[in-house]
Design a protein around this ligand. Structure first.
Ligand SMILES: NC(=O)NCCC(=O)O
Ligand SMILES: [Zn+2]
Ligand SMILES: [Zn+2]
Length: 485
């Protein structure tokens, strides 16, 4: 295979910024340094050469709320590449009662047309001996993170008893639990009350999921993880109540990770007040968009390190699908897109405003996910031996986001009309140039599954500590024991 050299750019990683060329051969980075040469030259003058983005939270073709999310692995990963994201981590979702291995097979089949690399989390949607057993096979297969829904009562939600059992199993297997933290019981009651009062529009979705339901669930999950002796990753952190729980836990030395979404960082609750039903319904997701105060807290958390990664939870439904919920907001499929826009929007609203440094940008869009999900430095790095998943980022290129020009299969974009400055000049997936500015060259089927080994450092450290501090029986001299009654 011919070599490529990315020439004349500035390499930006999570901890360094330096001028260097990058040589790519056989899908890997083989050298980083001055004056490199290769068969093909990619001109990076004026650009930043960064690890391709990793989106740790997507849902392609997800069966949910009576339908399927509309982007599949082909259109979804193509959308990602267009915006500089070279890897996604999607969720295998067994139906309650279904074998985890069957779900894994279904996701293997769906993902065969991916244009970029991918990995999976496994969702625990029910509990029993079969699930307990199959979790080990899932881990052997390289899926070492397990998602738990504390919301969606009557569908995906599991209770505390099941969650504690699953967290303990994760601890034994060197795996990490993830949670969707919302109190599903309280949400269900609020939904019923709002509907009974005639509050049926999309704005009621937000009223039924106040920040307290998220804060309570985040606190509960953190305490349960601590008792099970396992690290915990909280997905789509949207509000101060949940962020505060994470911050406090981390300050106590607990191994808790928090993932805000680009949507929550940029879009706010006023979207649900729009007089156009479609506009509001297209933005229905869980948790819902919050106030600007919550947004400020999330941005601060990224800079301070109390929140570690920015994801999208890309789960795209068309307007027609959203309309299943006309007259009953509880039937609007929950989810929004964002995969194509995550990096340009975060750069524009983060780096260009001074809220994030370029190195922090790389950390939260790529390197931290690679580390937390145990695939660093194969992914998330610009260094010899790493996969050549690279974005050559032109900080001067601009566009106005519009659904008309997007790769995603849906008919609208929640970021419509936002102007971004900072876009890929080239996106490379394992050494293949998939994007040249707005020209798309991605190949369906190029993407490969990325196996993630169990027992990363936080698990090892935590299990060592838990073993040392575990309750121990006190050995007493039988001769000195009091007589029993
Ligand atoms: N977030 C959302 O509304 N939809 C996707 C499923 C989930 O992650 O909860
Ligand atoms: Zn969720
Ligand atoms: Zn999700």
């Amino acid at each position: 295979m011919a070599s490529k050299v990315i020439k004349g750019g500035t390499v930006v990683t999570a901890d360094l910024t330096f001028e260097a060329d990058v040589l790519v051969e056989g899908g890997k980075i083989t050298a980083v340094g001055p004056n490199l040469s290769g068969d093909e030259v990619l001109d990076a003058a004026g650009c930043y050469v960064m690890p391709g983005g990793i989106d740790p939270h997507t849902h392609m073709e997800m069966p949910f709320m009576g339908t399927y999310s509309s982007d599949d692995f082909e259109s979804g990963t193509r959308a990602g590449l267009s915006g500089g994201t070279t890897m996604v981590v999607d969720f295998c979702l067994p139906a309650p009662g279904q074998s985890l291995l069957e779900a894994m097979q279904a996701w293997d089949n769906k993902s065969s047309k991916a244009c970029a690399d991918y990995s999976f989390h496994m969702a625990i949607t029910w509990w029993g001996e079969q699930v307990w057993k199959e979790m080990e096979t899932v881990v052997d297969r390289g899926i070492t993170t397990f998602k738990h829904f504390m919301a969606y009562k009557g569908a995906l939600m599991i209770d505390d008893d099941e969650m504690y059992s699953s967290f303990q199993r994760c601890a034994d297997l060197g795996a990490m639990p993830l949670v969707h933290a919302e109190n599903g019981d309280v949400v269900a009651q609020l939904q019923a009350k709002l509907m009974a009062e005639g509050n049926t529009g999309p704005e009621a979705h937000a009223y039924s999921r106040p920040p307290e339901v998220e804060g309570e669930a985040a606190n509960r999950a953190i305490m349960i993880a601590d008792m099970a002796g396992v690290p915990l990753y909280i997905v789509h952190v949207s509000c101060e109540q949940a962020h505060e729980a994470i911050r406090r836990a981390r300050q106590k030395g607990m191994r808790i990770f928090g993932e805000p979404l680009i949507q929550h960082l940029v879009l706010d609750e006023s979207e649900y007040q729009n007089a156009d039903w479609d506009h509001a319904a297209r933005r229905v997701m869980s948790p819902p968009f919050r106030s600007k105060l919550h947004q400020d807290g999330l941005w601060a958390g990224l800079a301070a390190g109390s929140l570690q990664v920015v994801a999208t939870d890309h789960c795209a439904f068309t307007t027609e699908q959203k309309r299943y919920g006309v007259g009953d907001f509880t039937k609007i499929p929950n989810g929004t897109g964002g995969l194509e826009d995550r990096m340009p929007v975060l750069w524009t609203r983060g780096v260009n405003t001074g809220r994030l440094t370029m190195n922090e940008f790389v950390a939260v869009t790529s390197t931290n996910s690679a580390k937390i999900l145990n695939m660093y430095p194969r992914k998330g790095a610009i260094r010899e031996g790493s996969d050549a998943d690279i974005v050559v980022w032109d900080p001067k290129r601009s566009k106005t986001i519009t659904a008309d020009k997007q790769q995603s299969a849906i008919d609208y974009n929640v970021f419509e009309g936002i102007e971004v400055t900072g876009l890929p000049r080239f996106t490379l997936t394992r050494g293949e140039v998939a994007v040249v500015e707005s020209e798309m060259k991605a190949k369906p089927g190029h993407g490969e599954f990325v196996k993630r080994p169990p027992n990363p450092a936080p698990n090892r450290a935590l299990s060592t500590w838990k073993e040392i501090t575990a309750p121990r029986k006190v050995i007493r001299d039988p001769a000195k024991m009091p007589a029993g009654v």
